[in-house]
Ligand binder design. Structure first.
Ligand SMILES: [Zn+2]
Length: 434
C-alpha cells in the first residue's frame, strides 16, 4: 500500500477513535443510506412515514433535519405481524433475537443480523477497554435469563474469540440464583468486569457483605444508567471497592452512552447511533431534560429510526471536556414509566425511597415497594437473623422521611412473593402517571 494512502487510513481511524473530524456529516451520510433502503425494503416503516406526510426525498443534511421524521414507538412494532417487522431483503437471513425487558407490560422481540449485533457489541467492548478491561479478562453479565428460558434462536451467543480464551463473556441469572447464589457463581468465574441489570448489582451491594464483594476483586462495574441514582452508585462503589461506571443501554441499541471516567458525563455513542434528547419537539440544550429518541445506524433488518425509548435524560455539553469529541448527556433519569407518580404531578424515583433501607442491611433480607394507592406506598419486607422488635416502625419512618408530604408509607413484615420468571426483577410496583 502507498504510504499516502496508509497515512490517510490511519488518520481516518484516529479520527473515528478520538471522535474528531466531522462526526455529524458521517452520521448523516449513513442515515441517508439507511432511510433510503428502509423506504424501499420495509413496507411498514414506509407506511408510518407516508402517513406523516413524508416522501422518499426528504432532506436529511444535518441532525436538526431529523425532527422532520416522526417518532416511532414500541407500540408501532408491537402492532405488526412478526414477518412485517423485518425488512424484505433480510427475510430468510439468520437473525438473532433479543427481548426488551417488558417494563411497559409486554416484552418486544428485537431482531438483528449477526454482523449488526457484532458492530453493536464491539462498541460496548471498546468502552470496557477504555475502562481497563484486558483481552483475557472475563466480563460477566447479570441478567434475568428471560431470553435463555424462552430458547429463542440465537439467544446463546458463541464467538471464536472466546474459544481462544480472549474477550470472554458469561451470563449469570440473578433472578434464579439470588444474591448468595450470584456471589458463589462470581467466585467461581472471577470476572474482571461485572455488568447487567443494575438492580442485581444493587441487591448484591445491599445483601452481601463488603468483605465478600471486595474479595471478588472486580476491576470495574457497569451499571445501567437509567435506574441508578448517584447515592446508589456510591454505595455500590464502596461495597465492591472498585469504580462503577454508568453504561446506558437498551436492547434496541445496545450501548447508547457510557460514563466518562474524567468528567462523569456520559459520552454518547456517536459511532453507531444518533441519540437525541427531545424537549417540546426540539433538541434539548445543555442542562435541559427531555425524552430520549435514538436512531440505530447499524440496524437494517429491523430499523430503529427516531425510536422513543421512554427514557428521560438531561443533555450535556456538545463536546466532552476530556477531549473525546462526542456529545454528552449529564444524566439519564430513569424510565419515564418507572417513577412513582404522586398526586399533584409530583414524581419520585423509587430508588430515592429505597435508599433509607440501606441502614437495615444487617437484618433486612428482601423487600418490595408497592404503590397501593396514589398517595399510599406499602413496603413489604422479610427479615433474617436478629431483627429489631419495632422493625415495621423503623422501616416506615425511614422511607416516610423521603416521601413527599401527604404520602402515607406503611411497612409490613411478610413473605415476599417470588419474582416472575419472565420480565424484569421488579422491586417496585408503581401506578404510572395519573
Ligand atoms: Zn469525556
Amino acid at each position: 500500500m502507498y504510504p499516502a494512502r496508509q497515512a490517510l487510513l490511519a488518520g481516518k481511524a484516529l479520527a473515528r477513535w478520538t471522535g474528531l473530524g466531522d462526526v455529524e456529516a458521517r452520521q448523516m451520510a449513513r442515515l441517508r443510506r439507511l432511510v433510503e433502503r428502509t423506504w424501499r425494503e420495509h413496507a411498514a416503516h414506509a407506511r408510518w412515514w407516508a402517513e406523516h406526510g413524508l416522501t422518499p426525498g426528504t432532506r436529511l443534511a444535518a441532525r436538526a433535519d431529523l425532527l422532520a421524521l416522526p417518532v416511532i414507538t414500541k407500540q408501532h412494532y408491537q402492532a405488526l405481524p412478526e414477518a412485517e417487522a423485518i425488512a424484505r431483503d433480510y427475510r430468510g437471513v439468520p437473525l438473532l433475537t433479543d427481548l426488551t425487558s417488558g417494563s411497559t407490560g409486554a416484552p418486544t422481540a428485537i431482531r438483528r443480523t449477526y454482523p449488526e449485533d457484532f458492530t453493536m457489541c464491539a462498541y460496548r467492548l471498546g468502552e470496557h477497554f477504555r475502562y481497563g478491561l484486558s483481552w483475557f479478562g472475563l466480563r460477566v453479565t447479570l441478567n434475568s435469563g428471560v431470553a435463555e428460558s424462552l430458547d429463542l434462536p440465537g439467544a446463546k451467543r458463541q464467538n471464536p474469540w472466546m474459544k481462544a480464551g480472549l474477550l470472554r463473556r458469561a451470563s449469570v441469572n440473578h433472578v434464579k440464583l439470588g444474591p448468595e447464589g450470584v456471589l458463589r457463581r462470581l467466585r467461581e468465574l472471577r470476572p474482571q468486569a461485572v455488568g447487567g441489570h443494575a438492580e442485581a448489582i444493587w441487591r448484591l451491594a445491599l445483601e452481601v457483605s463488603e468483605a465478600d464483594l471486595r474479595g471478588l476483586r472486580v476491576h470495574h462495574l457497569a451499571m445501567g444508567a437509567q435506574t441508578v441514582t448517584p447515592e446508589m452508585r456510591e454505595r455500590v462503589r464502596r461495597a465492591f471497592g472498585c469504580p462503577a461506571y454508568n453504561m446506558y443501554g437498551a436492547s434496541e441499541f445496545n450501548l447508547l452512552a457510557s460514563e466518562c471516567p474524567e468528567t462523569g458525563l456520559l459520552h454518547l455513542n456517536e459511532e453507531g447511533l444518533i441519540v437525541e434528547v427531545v424537549r417540546e419537539g426540539r433538541a434539548a440544550r445543555d442542562g435541559e431534560g427531555g425524552e430520549v429518541v435514538a436512531t440505530n445506524l447499524a440496524a437494517e433488518a429491523m430499523p430503529f429510526i427516531r425510536y422513543a425509548l421512554n427514557d428521560w435524560a438531561v443533555m450535556g455539553p456538545e463536546r466532552c471536556p476530556c477531549g473525546r469529541g462526542v456529545r454528552t448527556l449529564r444524566s439519564v433519569q430513569g424510565r419515564v414509566a418507572e417513577f412513582f407518580h404522586f398526586s399533584g404531578g409530583r414524581k419520585v424515583h423509587p430508588f430515592e425511597l429505597i435508599n433509607p433501607l440501606l441502614r437495615f442491611v444487617g437484618w433486612m433480607k428482601e423487600y418490595r415497594m408497592v404503590q397501593a394507592e396514589r398517595d399510599r406506598v406499602e413496603v413489604w419486607f422479610d427479615v433474617m437473623g436478629e431483627a429489631p422488635e419495632d422493625a415495621c416502625g423503623q422501616v416506615a419512618a425511614a422511607v416516610g422521611e423521603k416521601a413527599p408530604a401527604g404520602v402515607v408509607v406503611e411497612a409490613m413484615q411478610r413473605a415476599i412473593p417470588p419474582v416472575p420468571e419472565r420480565g424484569k426483577n421488579k422491586m417496585f410496583q408503581a401506578l404510572g402517571a395519573e
